[in-house]
Design a protein. Sequence first.
Length: 264
Amino acid sequence: MIGEKREKWLVSYPDDGNSVCFEMEDMSFWYQHRNECLVATMKANAFPKEFLDIGGGNGITALAMQNAGYEVTLVEPYPSGIENAKKRGIRSTIQSTLEEYVVQGIGTAPAAGFFDVMEHIEDDKSFLNNINRLLTPDGQIMLTVPAFQSLWSENDVQLGHFRRYTLAQLSGRLAEAGFKVTYATYFFSLVWAPMWFARVLPEKFGIKKDNTPNKKRNEHMAGRPTTARLLRRLLGWEINAIRSKTKIPFGTSCLIVAQKTRAL
């Protein structure tokens, strides 16, 4: 077990991240749509029923997958995240960093997911190498990360991101780490333009906004259920595209499924 101290951690994440997110996740159109896309991806790609949710925070995604019939174990370094996940009803949790867990779990996991985690890790190559070591032969992974460096803004800095990705960049990193991509797509396509206008364009004129809890709630439409439902309806076609394993050509997030092809 580890405490809240982060001196030796390899992850950049706001200290209040879990507590702020826990307050709004259930009402957030972003989390709701992402979870629907992830469950659709798992079903369309025959993702293993038993898997690890690495860095799964408060368990909002683990809960969606648990409700969909998957046997998910949440692996999360923050005690606050583990506590919140248990409150949500996540049945299996492990408080640990990936670096600590892989030492005892080499070659044991049939699958792993890490959803908007890798952008917080400076050395993403070492992270993927550890994921490889954790998996059984032919083990599978599924991941999401923010897309396109052209959308980089102060918001990314304040969230503790090191980079945004393209699908091509991710595919290259995964190949180096012993994985073969089996499905890849962008999603949150309709959010791209609003994000650029709200975050990137103001900074071109020297305007930067603090990523306050209130700003986060507003962007996630938490507390605005009518608007949240409308946005989810407008984005609903993406779920159908994912179910048919169609590649969405652009969006604010990347989604990839890959299989381990060689051990490191």
